[in-house]
Design a protein around this ligand. Structure first.
Ligand SMILES: Nc1ncnc2c1ncn2[C@@H]1O[C@H](COP(=O)(O)OP(=O)(O)OP(=O)(O)O)[C@@H](O)[C@H]1O
Length: 584
């Protein structure tokens, strides 16, 4: 049973009023009962959203009342709509009134990918509601002229990153005085990440012009000192909503995500991922996290040799390509996405941020691509229908783990995760485990050994895996990284104009194309039956059955096969029902 706890917070508020204190209760309300406008309810229904999630049930009434709100709820719990719906409703009533010289609502997010995601969501709601409101997104990479054009239609809603606002001031695109006059609602989404992305100074320059009457909303997946800092910087006597599940005090990973791990040496990780994918004991779609861009290419090339096509996502790719890859993956055009998240790129990102940084200048001279300082592949991005998250490399922090795992099991769906843990990563892994177990129950196993892969099954692939791994040399990795970047830069230019003309066309590019110069050898494509351990064969059959029952058995099911949608989703998850010993 889920419950919501409202926490009292009275320290160092910006005004003297007592913070809202509310009795605990178990809400189970419809969108109508929350007081939402019928246009919004119809729009949600068209999107297939009928019932509010818990954070939406709790936050929407407070936001509609005009309160400042701090909402902390797990990844995938529906925080975006929790603030967008009441925000739009408030703007319905002001639309058509006195024209303002700056937007009425700012939504600040930590990355461009999130900017695009939130913008798409708000724009589609506006369209479905058929109201006279306009939303725009601005990112730092846009030239001033483009920003000016975007703002020329006097939009009510601006979705952007904190770094972009001072740039708009400097370029004369936004006027601080007009903002002070116009701003009614400020949202800091993924607040736990805003400061860690290095936006503190940018945020300070924004908050200095936020008028006292402005309603401020702060949404986050985890608590951290950064959230506390932001709360004190921006909010006025907020209602603090902390969504919890059951009696467990801290359970930041949704309970509909089953978490597994496999112990293996660093060298054997390629072998294990091959076994997981090739023997089909994990459900597609699959998001694989690695810590470095080179490792991503190594993995892609390795999998290609076995006929497994995957796409790559990292901060080095041009923004259009990144957005397009996300869009294609979400539409179900490919099943495997290898993502380098931001944890290990912090150093590289620092370089990317500091324009005067010597190293950066050197890189420019050498033609080394610059990483996008506003890139954030994992955090907050709504990957659709991801069934499995694989940590090929372990993340470097507990927060990193939570955000990665949170890419599956979104809203009411379920998912699983498999972490490959080498002896070097064991200490960090233990830290993650004990954090998830909570203070009281350090020994409870929230992350359990992966049950569907026997040692025999893995060993049967060893010879092939090791042989192929040798052929994926450093030179091959370097060449394919450069080639991929070149392709994407060319495609990115094409994409830009193409998207302007055909915003819905997804088939221009195939991001999971082969990078290897030679086609996969036929004998590596299919694993002969005699090599596969019978228990693993059985597990694989069950995973396939479960996938079929979930309407996810065709490669392009997400994009093309809507008729499957209505089939039962309770097809039985073999990870819940199947039991084999890990060691045989
Ligand atoms: N009431 C609902 N019913 C069904 N699906 C919903 C509902 N609300 C939101 N969703 C869907 O759930 C998914 C996750 O929502 P959202 O991205 O807002 O999560 P989040 O809490 O912001 O997660 P994160 O912290 O990872 O950013 C989205 O695809 C969204 O469309």
């Amino acid at each position: 049973m889920e419950e919501v706890e409202r926490v009292e917070e009275v320290e160092e508020q910006r005004d003297d009023r007592e913070e809202e204190k509310v009795e605990e209760e178990e809400p189970d309300k419809s969108f109508e009962e929350l007081g939402l406008d019928s246009r919004l309810i119809r729009a949600l229904s068209k999107k297939g959203i009928e019932k509010p999630t818990l954070i939406q049930q709790t936050a929407i009434p407070y936001i509609l009342q005009g309160k400042d709100v701090v909402a902390r709820a797990k990844t995938g719990s529906g925080k975006t709509l929790a603030y967008l719906l009441p925000l739009l409703q408030k703007l319905f009533s002001v639309s058509g009134s006195k024209k303002k010289l700056a937007p009425s609502a700012f939504v600040l997010v930590p990355s461009r990918e999130l900017c695009q995601q939130v913008y798409t969501e708000v724009a589609s709601l506006i369209e479905l509601c058929r109201v006279q409101l306009k939303a725009v997104q601005l990112t730092s990479s846009m030239p001033a002229s483009e920003m000016r054009n975007a703002l020329a239609g006097l939009p009510e809603i601006l979705v952007t990153t904190p770094a972009c606002i001072p740039k708009c001031f400097a370029d004369g695109v936004l006027d601080p005085a007009a903002i002070s006059d116009s701003l009614d609602i400020l949202v800091l989404d993924e607040a736990d990440l805003l400061l860690s992305y290095g936006y503190e100074d940018n945020l300070r320059s924004v908050t200095s012009i936020v008028p006292r009457r402005c309603q401020c909303l702060l949404m986050s997946a985890t608590t951290s000192s950064d959230v506390e800092k932001l709360k004190k910087l921006i909010l006025h006597n907020p209602v603090v909503l902390t969504l919890q599940e059951g009696a467990d005090k801290e359970e930041p990973v949704p309970s509909n995500v089953q978490q597994f791990w496999i112990s293996c040496s660093a060298q054997d990780k390629l072998l294990h991922i091959l076994a997981l994918l090739k023997l089909e004991v994990v459900q597609k779609k699959i998001l694989i996290f690695i810590n470095t861009i080179d490792m991503g290419f190594k993995l892609k090339l390795f999998l290609e040799k076995f006929g497994i096509k995957s796409a790559i996502l990292n901060g080095e790719l041009p923004q259009n390509s990144r957005l397009h890859i996300l869009e294609q993956f979400n539409a179900g055009l490919f099943d495997y996405l290898i993502a380098t998240d931001d944890n290990n790129q912090t150093k590289e990102k620092e370089e990317a941020k500091g324009e005067d940084n010597k190293e950066n200048k050197k890189n420019k001279r050498r033609g080394k691509p610059k990483l996008d300082a506003e890139f954030g592949v994992v955090r907050g991005i709504d990957f659709k229908k991801v069934h499995t998250v694989i940590n090929y490399d372990m993340p470097q922090s507990v927060t990193g783990y939570i955000h990665r795992i949170g890419r599956t099991g979104r809203a009411y769906s379920s998912g699983s995760s498999v972490s490959l843990v080498s002896p070097d990563e064991m200490e960090g892994f233990e830290e993650i485990k004990s954090f998830l177990a909570g203070e009281e129950d350090k020994n409870s196993d929230i992350i359990t050994p992966f049950p569907l892969l026997t040692e025999n099954a893995v060993e049967s692939l060893r010879y092939r895996a090791e042989d192929v791994a040798k052929s994926v040399t450093k030179v091959a990795v370097r060449e394919s990284r450069a080639q991929d970047l070149r392709n994407e830069i060319i495609n990115s230019e094409k994409l830009k104009s193409h998207f302007e003309a055909n915003p819905r066309d997804l088939d221009l590019l195939k991001h999971d194309k082969l990078l290897s110069k030679t086609a996969p050898a036929p004998h590596l494509r299919d694993i002969p039956e005699y090599l596969v351990d019978p228990k693993t064969q059985e597990a694989s059959k069950m995973v396939k059955l479960a996938r079929a029952a979930m309407g996810n058995n065709s490669r392009r099911s997400g994009a093309r096969n809507n008729s499957n949608k209505k089939r039962s989703r309770k097809g039985g998850d073999p990870l819940k029902t199947f039991n084999v010993n890990v060691k045989t």
